[in-house]
Design a binder for this molecule. Sequence first.
Ligand code: NAD
Length: 359
Amino acid sequence: MPHEITLIPGDGTGPELIEATRRVLEATGVEFAWDRQEAGIDEYEAHGNPFPQATLASLRNTGIGIKGPTTTPVGSGFRSVNVLLRKELDLYACIRPCRAYEGVRTRFPETDIVIVRENTEDLYAGIEFERGTEGNARVRECLAQLGSSVREDAGISIKPISVFGSERIVEAAFDYAARYGREKVTAVHKANIMKFSDGLFLEVAREVAARHPEIEFEDRIVDNLCNQLVSRPEEYDVLVLPNLYGDIVSDLGAGMVGGLGLAPGGNIGTHAAVFEATHGSAPKYKGLNRVNPTALMLSGVLMLRHLDEEDAANRMEGAIAAVIRKGERVTYDLKPHRDDPSAVGTSEFADAVIEEMNE
Ligand code: NAD
């Protein structure tokens, strides 16, 4: 039986990245029944909705999607498709492995970490009160009654972190560690300052860790973690973080392993999972067959593992790693100089991976 998968090309460079990734996934020999669905700015301009009901219905039906990046206009237009997607499908865990492949120029070649970011709570919950509004005045009034004063000209964002949200994300981190033979989970927080939000996250993390004695557990304050990651990356394994720190440390991890073109991701919930690169739609390269498909292809590898297609996942990751190690048929961002004339395009990189897999 083929795996039914919702395929969302997205916009900007998304469609060319998805096409390259789809070809490589099919070349593994695993059978897929793709349900192609639209999302993003092109769909918004054509039909007035960046995230059609049909796309959501398909994801609900298949339970698994692979998605190209989608543009979110700054300041106006529509809400982020990614935020809607995570909310609608309750994709609470964002898994982002950051592994430095041989052949990539990086100062941190020992890096092999997995970031497990909570996706639904924290300062990203969208509970905000704009300066000068009635809601803001009422919140300040309430705070004043509770003994905390906030300046009249302040904007306010609320940071909720719950036992429920913390427990399921830390469990997801331990599950990942157990499933993929990882030895240690590090909970990352700022509990010394935010005692009742990050403090709760840490307390719950310790309780969950006690249920998994076979896996080592430790915690780090987020600023110290950033320092240590760039000094001794080899000491870190699986990191579990609340939403905001997870977002920031994900980009740090992507930079450590050679850039956004190499950083994959998966957003996992109880009933659905959507795999996509960490990077955005890179619109200035749209249609140029130029950008690096590695991040989306490695997201495809995560999808194969999620589907229990471990052998195909290993072959695909091995072929991508070999192409990068050889350094010949790679995109401009993996060349010593960005204007290197020997750089290949998105599609030719996919050809190289397919040939490597078939050897
Ligand atoms: P971006 O990640 O799209 O691009 C920033 C720069 O990184 C590019 O100009 C390019 O130089 C480089 N880059 C990115 N991906 C690359 C690749 N695969 N290969 C080689 N180089 C690559 O970030 P941005 O310009 O800040 O965002 C563009 C749009 O994407 C925005 O509208 C943003 O909201 C959206 N976005 C979407 C997602 C998503 O769909 N998951 C994630 C992040 C940003």
